[in-house]
Design a protein around this ligand. Structure first.
Ligand code: AHR
Length: 320
C-alpha cells in the first residue's frame, strides 16, 4: 500500500470521528409529548408519571399542554416535526382528524407513539404503538357492578343519568358503549339522561344540577366517565339536599385518591380503575423504537375495580 498525505489525512479524520462517537452516542433522546391538558386528577398524575420517567431515563422531554384543544395538539406536533425530535408521543384529545399531521410526521421519519387514548385512522402505520387502557372494558366493568347491585337490591327498575367525558374522545365513546352493552342485558336499567361534562369537576357539577332540576327524585344512579365529574356531581347532589352514595348510587372511573376519599365518606359507591402511570412504559417504548427494536402495536394496562367497601383499606396504597 502506498501511503500518501491524503491517506494519512483520511486516517486522522477517521480517528477523530471515532473519538467523537461516544459523545454522539451519549446524546440524549428527545421526545416531543403533547398532553391533553390538566382537566382531572388522573391527568395530573399522568403528566407527573411521564415527566418523572423521562427525567429518570435522562430523556429530553419537550412537553406541550393542549388545553383540551385538538388544534393545539396539531400545532405542537408540527412544531416537534420542525424541531426534528427523535420521537413524538401524544394523548389525543379526540379520536378523529389526525391523518394529515400524522402523515407529516411519517414523511419526516419521526415515529409516533400514542399514549392513553386511541386515534381512528385508515392507515395504522401512522403510529408505531398505542399504550393505554381498554376503555370499553372499563365501561363494561362499571356496567357489571351495576348489574350485580341491581340483582342484590331486589331487581327494581333503576333510572340512570350519565356524565360523559369530552365529546369525540376515545374514553367517552368507549366507556359509554361498554356500559350500554352490559346494562342492555337488564331491561329494568334505563339511561334517562346522558350529557358531556368534559371530564371536569366544574362541568360535572353544572350538568348534574341540570339533571336534578329536570329529573329530580327519578334519578337512582349516576354513571360518570371519570372521578372528577362524579366528585363535582356529589357536590350538586348534596346542595340539592340528597345523599350521594345512598339516595343516588354513584359509579365512576379512574380510581384517583379523591374517589377513594369520597368512597370512605360513603358518597361514592365504586370506582373502576384507569391507570395513569404510563410514563415508564412510554419512555421504554420510545427508547426501543429508536434502537430499532420491535415494539408491540398495542400495550394494554392492567386495572381493577374498587367498591366503597375496600376504600379505607386501599387508600393508603394508592399512588395517584
Ligand atoms: O383518557 C383518560 C381519561 O381522561 C381519564 O379517565 C380522565 O380522568 C381524563 O381526563
Amino acid at each position: 500500500m502506498i501511503i500518501t498525505r491524503r491517506t494519512l489525512l483520511g486516517a486522522a479524520a477517521a480517528i477523530a470521528c471515532a473519538a467523537a462517537i461516544p459523545a454522539f452516542a451519549a446524546k440524549p433522546l428527545t421526545i416531543g409529548f403533547s398532553q391533553v391538558g390538566a382537566e382531572s386528577e388522573w391527568r395530573t398524575a399522568n403528566t407527573a408519571s411521564i415527566k418523572d420517567a423521562a427525567k429518570k431515563a435522562g430523556v429530553n422531554l419537550k412537553f406541550a399542554d393542549a388545553q383540551q384543544q385538538q388544534q393545539n395538539q396539531v400545532k405542537a406536533i408540527r412544531s416537534f416535526i420542525a424541531q426534528r425530535v427523535d420521537v413524538i408521543a401524544f394523548s389525543p384529545v379526540v379520536e378523529t382528524g389526525w391523518e394529515t399531521v400524522l402523515r407529516e410526521a411519517k414523511n419526516a421519519k419521526i415515529p409516533v407513539i400514542l399514549t392513553d387514548r386511541a386515534v381512528k385512522v385508515t392507515d395504522p402505520s401512522l403510529y408505531v404503538s398505542f399504550i393505554g387502557s381498554d376503555f370499553v372494558e372499563e365501561g363494561r366493568r362499571a356496567g357489571r357492578w351495576l348489574l350485580d347491585y341491581a340483582k342484590k337490591n331486589g331487581d327494581k327498575p333503576l333510572n340512570i343519568v350519565e356524565l360523559q367525558g369530552t365529546t369525540g374522545a376515545a374514553p367517552a365513546i368507549d366507556r359509554r358503549n361498554g356500559f350500554a352493552e352490559v346494562i342492555g342485558t337488564n331491561p329494568k336499567l334505563k339511561v334517562i339522561r346522558s350529557q358531556t361534562a368534559d371530564f371536569t369537576r366544574a362541568k360535572g357539577k353544572e350538568v348534574m344540577e341540570a339533571f336534578l332540576k329536570s329529573e329530580g327524585k327519578k334519578i337512582n344512579v349516576l354513571y360518570a366517565h371519570n372521578d372528577d365529574m362524579a366528585i363535582g356531581a356529589i357536590q350538586a347532589i348534596e346542595e340539592a339536599g340528597l345523599k350521594p352514595g345512598k339516595d343516588i348510587i354513584i359509579i365512576s372511573i379512574d380510581g384517583v385518591k379523591g374517589a377513594f376519599e369520597a368512597m370512605k365518606a360513603g358518597k361514592l359507591n365504586v370506582t373502576v380503575e384507569c391507570n395513569p402511570l404510563l410514563g415508564p412504559t412510554l419512555i421504554q417504548t420510545a427508547q426501543d423504537v429508536v434502537a430499532g427494536k420491535p415494539v408491540p402495536k398495542r400495550i394494554v394496562v392492567n386495572e381493577g375495580v374498587f367498591p366503597a367497601e375496600v376504600a379505607a383499606k386501599e387508600l393508603p396504597n394508592r399512588k395517584y
